[in-house]
Design a protein around this ligand. Structure first.
Ligand code: 5RP
Length: 223
């Protein structure tokens, strides 16, 4: 089994949790792609859901696959969200944002009753931080934020697409910050939240109900 197959197995397991009339958050990234494809099949077979995408890319995919969408500002909660992660620990601390959608993903997760993370087995870590923490910053504050990250002993770099800064769906920049292995993710999360101009970061704590990890041809659950 390769990692792509593990993502697909995890995605298929996660969509079994969907029920009629649920509001469903749709994640962003390659693992989420498998879930969205499965959800589209269920919808075409009569499952009645309304979905909230976590990025413009996911919105386009959901529309192309005829998954009914609902405006996030018309709802007060989301029943279940299926999303991916870049790293996770067994106590459900995550790094997300490799695809740059961390801000909407965090907002959707915050509204969600059952946040299900799907992952291949390469994403499980003892301590987060090998994957650089994606941090969304308004362009005006980019240099300020880089300097503040340095004060927190991080080495930040603006994410680029070729010669130009990568732009999020909010037209912001992403700083990928290396803090080494993070011994106190809650403290770092709080300190990053306090930096003016940073609108979100990829450390997710207390937002996840369950991780479904593909491992070989089966799944392992962390909850
Ligand atoms: C996007 C994310 C993704 O969930 C994360 O990067 C994992 O992606 P993939 O499933 O492609 O490995 O946080 O912002």
């Amino acid at each position: 089994m390769n990692l792509e197959q593990e993502k697909e197995i995890a995605a298929k397991e996660a969509v079994k949790l969907l029920r009629d009339n649920m509001i469903v958050g749709l994640g962003t990234g390659s693992s989420s792609f498998y879930a969205i494809r499965e959800i589209a099949k269920l919808v075409s077979n009569g499952l009645k859901i309304k979905a909230v995408p976590t990025s413009n890319k996911t919105k386009e995919l959901a529309e192309a696959l005829n998954i009914p969408l609902i405006d996030i500002n018309l709802i007060n909660s989301i029943d279940i969200t299926i999303d991916g992660a870049d790293e996770f620990t067994s106590d459900l601390i995550l790094i997300k944002g490799g695809g740059g959608a961390l801000l909407r993903e965090k907002i959707v997760a915050s509204l969600t009753k059952q946040e299900i993370i799907i992952a291949d087995s390469s994403k499980e870590v003892k301590q987060i931080g090998k994957f650089k923490v994606p941090i969304e910053v308004i362009p005006f504050a980019s240099n300020y934020a880089l300097n503040q990250i340095k004060i927190l002993n991080g080495i930040g770099k603006i994410r680029m697409t070729g010669d130009t800064p990568f732009k999020t769906d909010q037209a912001n920049n992403i700083i990928d910050a290396d803090f080494g292995l993070i011994s106190d993710p809650a403290s770092l999360s709080k300190k990053l939240n306090e930096i003016n101009g940073i609108v979100g970061h990829g450390i997710f704590i207390g937002l996840t109900s369950k991780v479904i990890m593909g491992k070989g041809d089966s799944t392992v659950i962390f909850d």
